[in-house]
Ligand binder design. Structure first.
Ligand code: OAD
Length: 241
């Protein structure tokens, strides 16, 4: 892993950049008390997220899947953005071109005030009708089962991209455009194993971006990026920006 750049070097580069794109994962919200996906504390009743976050699981047992999302909503309802989310809002104010691509569904970037944002895996505070596909905001905790669409009476599901489902084409389009035009990509708190986000670092590098990773530990991204810093997002991000 090439690590000949210091935090100060990267800070200088950020200040010289015109266009910065940021890819975030569960690690940025870990410092707000949100469990990560692949950490043991993310488990619920011994189910792995992969066993519940799928169309098959929902078709088999929608009540069980909604119980899990109610547990997650309850957990997230009290969480606030941390210093890392807030530092990104400051950076957005300073740059002519800035985009956050997040895999997180917790809504904390938007709550912090990030304007240019693609929530590529959806948002836990939105629901979608399985019949008419209408999407609405909903912050009920818990959501009574079965939740139904006010327009057509169809069963509502979480507005989240589940395993085996495709990302919304408009989110992919915005994300790739941001990856292609950025001078710098910051990758914060993602294990780098879920596609397509796992392919974003090479995509930005192919277009000439300087790529920086911030994570507690080495990941598959670490061998691709220009520099990788290990530490907590809420400490590293404000230090860099
Ligand atoms: P993971 O749980 O896979 O990875 C979290 C990453 O954050 C790990 O690499 C940790 O080392 C790092 N980390 C933990 N605490 C940190 C901290 N305080 N500061 C910095 N880094 C920290 O979460 P994601 O990579 O986001 O998809 O997972 C990607 C997707 O997999 C999720 O969006 C979800 C899941 O399946 C869907 O729900 C569709």
């Amino acid at each position: 892993m090439p690590n000949s750049f210091t935090i100060l070097d990267v800070r200088d580069r950020i200040h010289q950049a015109r266009s910065v794109t940021v890819l975030t994962g569960a690690g940025i919200s870990a410092d707000s008390g949100v469990p990560t996906f692949r950490g043991a504390e993310g488990l619920w009743k011994n189910f792995r997220p992969e066993e519940l976050a799928s169309l098959d699981a929902f078709a088999r047992d929608p009540k069980l899947v909604w119980e899990w999302y109610n547990w997650r909503r309850e957990l997230l309802a009290t969480k606030q953005p941390n210093a890392a989310h807030e530092a990104l809002v400051q950076l957005e104010r300073q740059l002519p071109d800035f985009w956050v691509i997040t895999q997180n569904v917790d809504g904390l970037h938007a709550m912090a005030g990030t304007q240019h944002l693609s929530e590529i895996h959806g948002n836990i505070w939105k629901v979608r009708c399985t019949q008419c596909h209408n999407v609405c905001h909903n912050r009920d905790v818990p959501l009574q089962f079965p939740p139904t669409c006010i327009d057509c009476g169809g069963l509502l599901r979480p507005h989240i991209v589940w395993f085996g489902e495709s990302l919304a084409p408009e989110d992919l389009e915005c994300s790739y455009a941001a990856l292609q035009r950025c001078d710098m990509l910051l990758i914060i708190g993602t294990s780098g194993v879920v596609y397509p986000a796992a392919s974003f670092a090479p995509a930005a590098k192919d277009h000439g971006a300087f790529v920086v990773e911030l994570n507690l530990e080495a990941t598959p991204h670490s061998s691709v990026v220009d520099v990788s810093f290990q530490g907590r997002a809420k400490e590293l991000v404000p230090l860099l920006l």
